[in-house]
Design a protein. Structure first.
Length: 671
């Protein structure tokens, strides 16, 4: 009897040990050999340069905040760095930057390092508009031709006030003059004295009328004075670490009218009650807009802190916004938190790209995934099912996406922020890059933050119950930004160490663009409380590429005539820099490229998706081993200035092409 009992006990122990070993082995990440890693990294190369900075300002490392928030002023000082790359001076190249340097609380416009010094760096000044630098600060730049005159403008959004449109005045009187603050006229997006704490914004044609509308998402509750030491109102933080719906508002603005010339203007109409209450007051940190079902109406993704992300199906009509909340479907092997719309993570970044090659955009989403801390998971939501049946799923309230981040190797990194998908070596496969880090200091505050996270929701919303988080404290302050490259197995691996991109940084925004027009994508990162960096792509042996600059006609120009008999017309120019074609970025236009081997690549004109980094409005495709002289077939889809859906198939060869998207036969003749 004793022997049998001992055998049973030992057998139970052996089973338990075996189970532990199996679970341990299953939890291990696949690895590459040193040789495999070197081979995977061999087709990439980057050199870094500090982004332009302004002299004459006093640099600081912490914000002056409301007295109630003084013990956690480090937390309030952990957001705001931003960067955008685009063509701001009209030379035909996206070789200009707008970055927010929170050490001086200025939005800086400058030529990208390494490009000709076409103008001197300068700060965007709100001018005569109501602006108090003590209680207000810029946190994001978003280039777009808002008044549709063919010149790039800049939207700046803020903590402490509503966004400001900096409209490029242009005109004959400005001909030959270098870009400066005097080049812009400031216009209120929303006149009044509302106090906003905006965290993200993006342009998209929400209602399908042919004009780019605007979404602005706020983080902290509206109408609270958080900056400066004179605040007296009671300040509340989030009411939960996983289901907080007491954040700032989400605001929708439909494009209404605009004028150009030396006194330009743009008018947006604010549309109220677009989303339900708990959907409109989340703690949103990133926005994404992309047409996912082929109707050229963008679906919306809201990456929310302290609560579930939100994904909306767009059923709008001109002048009438209509969005339906979608959620993913759960199966037996999927945790609830990994189902789209059911997570309780800390959404901080979102981007779109076709990762699984089915011709539908997938979504890369950043959360917090720090070892030994809040180890949630980043998301790689892949489209599921037949692309032609996506609308049917959406009509049923189903988000046709499943998370594959763990299988693809991008679930774990650190405290994530911006996420971007792009092809940096032109091999036809997307890389994934990510901004990480939170507060850099000498005292590790993870234990205290973990204790707060385990506390009652009744305590969290009072800043007096929070641990000390100020200058000198550290939360993932020595993180490195991943640079994920896809291997032959289909799994992504972080190649940052091999590429010299693994410096310890606290990064927020990432912007991509082919700054020098050589066919490979460069990128810039916005660092928090430190110099931001530009990375020039020095790919040692990049494959061929196709670049498209898709433009809509200038509003009011003779070219922009009404559609006739449903016909469409366009003009293609092989000249990348400069050229004679003038227009506005065709935000939301989609390009589908058919490669000779049968593969299909898809991309779109981005209106500002993400957290605090805005890529250029050009479209870029890596072509792999396609011969540079190959004729390529590209299917273009867009909405013209009248809101009509247009489709055109063009034949082009590799290289850069500017395409003026028309809406009638007379349009082409006007050139």
């Amino acid at each position: 009897m004793q022997l049998n009992k001992a055998l049973r006990q030992n057998a139970a122990r052996l089973v338990a040990i075996a189970a532990i070993l199996i679970l341990f082995l299953l939890s291990q990440q696949p690895v590459l050999s040193r040789g495999e890693r070197q081979a995977l990294a061999a087709t990439f190369g980057f050199s870094s340069t500090t982004m332009p900075e302004l002299s004459g300002y006093e640099y600081r490392q912490i914000r002056n905040v409301h007295p109630d928030l003084k013990p956690i002023d480090g937390w309030l000082s952990a957001m705001g760095a931003a960067v955008a790359l685009n063509d701001l001076d009209g030379d035909g190249l996206p070789n200009d930057s707008c970055q927010v340097d929170i050490r001086i609380d200025q939005a800086i416009v400058a030529p990208v390092p390494g490009t000709p010094a076409r103008f001197a760096p300068f700060a965007l000044d709100p001018g005569d508009l109501d602006y108090d630098p003590v209680t207000m600060a810029p946190v994001g730049c978003l280039p777009n031709d808002m008044n549709e005159d063919g010149r790039m403008d800049i939207l700046v959004y803020y903590w402490g006030r509503t966004p400001i449109a900096f409209l490029n005045k242009g005109g004959p009187e400005a001909a030959g003059e270098p870009l400066s603050n005097d080049s812009y006229l400031t216009v209120e997006i929303l006149p009044g004295d509302d106090v906003w704490w905006s965290s993200a914004a993006t342009f998209a044609d929400l209602d399908g009328d042919g004009h780019a509308d605007l979404i602005v998402a706020n983080y902290f509750p509206d109408d609270k004075v958080l900056l400066g030491s004179e605040g007296t109102d009671l300040v509340n933080m989030q009411r939960s670490m996983s289901k907080a719906f007491n954040g700032g508002g989400t605001y929708f603005f439909l494009w209404n009218d605009a004028t150009s010339g030396p006194n330009p203007d743009v008018q947006f109409t604010k549309v109220d009650n677009v989303l339900e209450a708990d959907q409109a007051t989340a703690w949103t940190l990133a926005l994404g807009a992309a047409d996912l079902n082929g109707d050229l109406l963008p679906e919306l993704y809201f990456a929310n802190d302290y609560g579930p992300d939100r994904f909306f199906y767009n059923r709008s009509q001109p002048g009438e916004l209509n969005f339906t909340l979608l959620k993913g479907q759960r199966d037996l092997t999927t945790p609830k938190s990994k189902v789209l719309g059911n997570d309780s993570f800390k959404g901080m970044g979102v981007d779109f790209g076709d990762v699984n090659g089915d011709g539908v955009f997938d979504m890369f989403v950043s959360n917090i995934a720090a070892d030994y801390a809040l180890h949630e998971s980043h998301f790689m939501f892949l489209s599921t099912g037949d692309p032609e049946k996506i609308s049917d799923k959406m009509e049923q309230g189903i988000a046709p996406y499943r998370d594959a981040s763990e299988q693809l190797g991008v679930a774990r990194s650190s405290w994530g922020w911006e996420a971007k998908l792009a092809d940096f070596n032109n091999d036809g496969a997307l890389e994934a890059i990510q901004a990480t880090g939170f507060m850099k200091g000498d005292v590790n505050r993870w234990p205290e933050l973990q204790e707060l996270g385990l506390g009652s929701d009744e305590l969290i919303d009072s800043p007096g119950n929070w641990p000390r988080l100020t200058l000198g404290d550290d939360l993932n302050g020595r993180a490195t930004n991943p640079f994920y490259v896809r291997s032959d197995s289909g799994r992504f691996f972080d190649m940052a160490p091999e590429l010299g991109l693994d410096q310890e940084q606290v990064t927020r925004g990432i912007a991509t663009a082919d700054v020098d027009g050589d066919g490979d994508l460069d990128f810039a990162i916005a660092n928090q409380w430190a110099s931001s960096l530009f990375y020039e792509n020095q790919c040692p042996d990049c494959d061929a590429f196709l670049g498209l600059r898709l433009l809509l006609p200038v509003t009011g120009d003779a070219q922009a005539s009404d559609a006739q008999d449903g016909a469409s017309a366009l003009i293609i120019s092989d000249e990348r820099p400069g050229g004679e074609l003038v227009g506005s970025p065709a935000i939301g236009a989609v390009a589908r490229l058919r490669l000779p081997d049968g593969r299909q690549l898809i991309n779109m004109v981005d209106g500002g998706n993400g957290q605090s980094g805005a890529r250029s409005s050009d479209i870029h495709f890596g072509l792999g081993d396609v011969d540079p002289g190959t004729d390529l077939t590209v299917e273009l889809s867009w909405r013209d200035r009248n809101g009509q859906v247009r489709n055109e198939t063009i034949q082009v060869t590799p290289g850069w092409h500017t395409v003026l998207l028309g809406d009638s036969p007379t349009y082409a003749q006007a050139q």
